[in-house]
Design a protein around this ligand. Structure first.
Ligand SMILES: [Zn+2]
Length: 122
C-alpha cells in the first residue's frame, strides 16, 4: 500500500475554504502529510472526491485516517449524511481525510480492496 502516488492524475484538485481565515485553497486529492492553508498555515479540511481510477491512490494510500463518504444523487439519506461528514472533516482538519465516492460511477472493486485493508488493520 505504501507510497506510489504517481499516476493519480484523473482527479482534479478540490477547492477548500480555510475555516480560520477564509482563504480558498486548492487541495490535491493525493499528497504527503497534512494540507495547510497557504495564507494562515492552519490545517485545512481535506475533502476530496475519488472514483474508480483514483481510489487506490486517494484513499488506500493515504497517510491520514480516511473517512469514505459513499453517496448517490438518488440517495436521500446520503445527502443528509454528507454535510455531517464534512463537518467532522472540518473539525478534524489535519487529522482526517474525507473521500467522497459516488457509488453510481465508482468502485465496487476499489471499495472491496479498501474494506479488506480496513479489516486487516483491525
Ligand atoms: Zn487560512
Amino acid at each position: 500500500m505504501a507510497g506510489t502516488v504517481e499516476g493519480a492524475t484523473s482527479t482534479a484538485s478540490a477547492v477548500v475554504r480555510c475555516d480560520t481565515c477564509g482563504a480558498k485553497n486548492r487541495v490535491p486529492p493525493v499528497a504527503e502529510g497534512v494540507r495547510r492553508c497557504g495564507k494562515c498555515h492552519n490545517p485545512l479540511p481535506w475533502i476530496v472526491p475519488a472514483d474508480d481510477s483514483s481510489f487506490d491512490a486517494v484513499a488506500v494510500g493515504a497517510r491520514l485516517p480516511v473517512l469514505v463518504d459513499l453517496w448517490a444523487t438518488w440517495c436521500g439519506p446520503c445527502r443528509a449524511v454528507s454535510p455531517a461528514l464534512e463537518q467532522v472533516a472540518r473539525r478534524l482538519a489535519g487529522r482526517l481525510k474525507l473521500v467522497k465516492v459516488e457509488v453510481d460511477t465508482s468502485p465496487a472493486q476499489a471499495l472491496e480492496a479498501w474494506v479488506e485493508q480496513a479489516l486487516a488493520l483491525q
